[in-house]
Design a binder for this molecule. Structure first.
Ligand code: AMP
Ligand code: MG
Length: 408
């Protein structure tokens, strides 16, 4: 059996980078920078007050009790008209530029006003409550490297420095289909005998959106070779990546495998992972193809381990994998020593480190357990049991990726 990391390396060797495009900064969240972002000016661009208070000269307030003459008021957006000299102070609001001559701000709570004068109750060090120019971003600096995935805070910084059209990787277009004669649309009211609602496709569409992809929903395909061939042909023509679920294991009706078995560029193989052992991967007409298994938890875990890193890599992402932290087993765990296991767990004590317990049992059909989970507890090959109180590796599959390929 191939290991998870071997398969992931093979996948990443196969995929190609997507072209870059400018995007309005409002639409940039979740996208990956294709070019570094530089700052053309300091942020803040002028020294300003961090507090509502009085702008003073530090030499006047080295001890408590100074009585200073108030010159004027300066609010955010205004500019002072007179310099602050010895024995003088200007009333200043948060964000207002420092008046000439002043180098320190005393917050209003530490003052008392009396008839045009202000008494400074505390001694205050030089530079207190002053935000220096460039304290956030320095002119000429690379603010964000290419490969950065943009969060809401990144979008805010882009706005701050006036970069309204960052250049990002195009979104990968991903065609999704589910296979299986048993599948009916999720909208179906009454289920006929032996039928189930198709849950993999909606889940995959949601996972893809979160990974920054555009989706092409090719619907449900019956376990019929001609139908699947037609759908795959359309997918290969329209998409950058194809993802299917179901039909890749050892059964008589495993249509995905049957249709693609003779395709030289696609392989089906067992991976030393649980859930998600049977996998198909390769290219169809040059388009990367992921033949994920049918069981919903296997779909989630194999999407996380293979598809998502591939989509981020196609966009030039510097980080491809979710963060891992150490937690504590809140109960005894068993793991198949032949496979890397991804057991769905939740935090039963969210202290640091968190203590975890399994959700929903080990069945790869128990998707509700995955929905309840905060993390995967990852047990490597050769691990057969972990006792209550021992350390466990937790993969935070709901957090933004932080790890490169070699930080495993
Ligand atoms: P398969 O690999 O096609 O044999 O499917 C394995 C298991 O996953 C079977 O119990 C299927 O009914 C189930 N399954 C396959 N596709 C889906 C789907 N799209 N939604 C929910 N369950 C599925
Ligand atoms: Mg099937």
């Amino acid at each position: 059996m191939r290991s998870v990391s071997e398969v992931r390396s093979q996948v990443l060797d196969t995929i190609r980078s997507l072209p870059a495009e400018p995007v309005r900064f409002q639409d940039a969240v979740g996208r990956i920078l294709a070019e570094p972002v530089m700052a053309t000016h300091d942020v803040p661009s002028f020294a300003n007050s961090a507090m509502d208070g009085f702008a003073v000269r530090a030499s006047d307030v080295s001890g408590p009790g100074a009585l200073l003459t108030i010159l004027e008021d300066v609010a955010a957006g205004q500019v002072s008209t007179v310099a602050v000299g010895p024995g003088e102070a200007t009333r200043i609001m948060t964000g207002a530029p420092m008046p000439e001559g002043a180098d320190t701000v005393v917050r209003v709570e530490d003052t008392e006003e009396d008839d045009g004068k202000v008494r400074i109750l505390t001694s205050t060090d030089l530079g207190t409550s002053v935000r220096p120019p460039g304290g956030d971003v320095t002119a000429g600096a690379t603010v964000f490297q290419a490969g950065t995935r943009l969060s809401a805070a990144h979008v805010g910084v882009l706005a701050t420095i006036g970069v309204v059209e960052p250049v990002v990787a195009r979104r990968p277009r991903v065609a999704v289909m589910s296979t299986g004669d048993e599948l009916v649309p999720p909208e179906t009211g009454e289920l006929g005998p032996g039928l189930i609602r198709d849950s993999n496709r909606p889940m995959l569409l949601a996972l893809l959106l979160e990974a920054g992809a555009e989706t092409i929903d090719l619907g449900r395909v019956p376990d019929d070779a001609d139908s699947l061939r037609a759908a795959l042909g359309q997918a290969a023509a329209e998409a950058d990546v194809i993802v299917t679920s179901g039909g890749v294991s050892m059964g008589e009706y495993d249509v995905t495998k049957a249709v693609l078995r003779d395709e030289a560029s696609v392989e089906f193989y067992p991976v030393a992972m649980k859930p998600g052992k049977p996998q198909g991967f390769g290219t169809i007409g040059g388009t990367p193809f992921f033949g994920l298994p049918g069981n919903p938890v296997s779909v989630l875990v194999s999407f996380e381990q293979f598809v998502r890193p591939a989509l981020l890599a196609m966009q030039g992402g510097a980080a491809l994998l979710r963060p891992r932290v150490t937690g504590i087993a809140g109960e005894d765990f068993e793991s198949d020593p032949e496979k890397e296991e991804f057991i769905r767990v939740r935090f039963i004590d969210a202290a640091v480190p968190p203590t975890v317990a399994q959700t929903g049992g080990s069945g790869s059909h128990v998707l509700s357990g995955a929905a309840d989970a905060d993390a995967f507890a990852v047990f490597g090959v050769d691990v057969s049991d972990v006792r209550k109180g021992e350390a466990v590796v937790l993969e935070l599959f709901r957090s933004v990726e932080t790890r490169g390929l070699y930080d495993e």
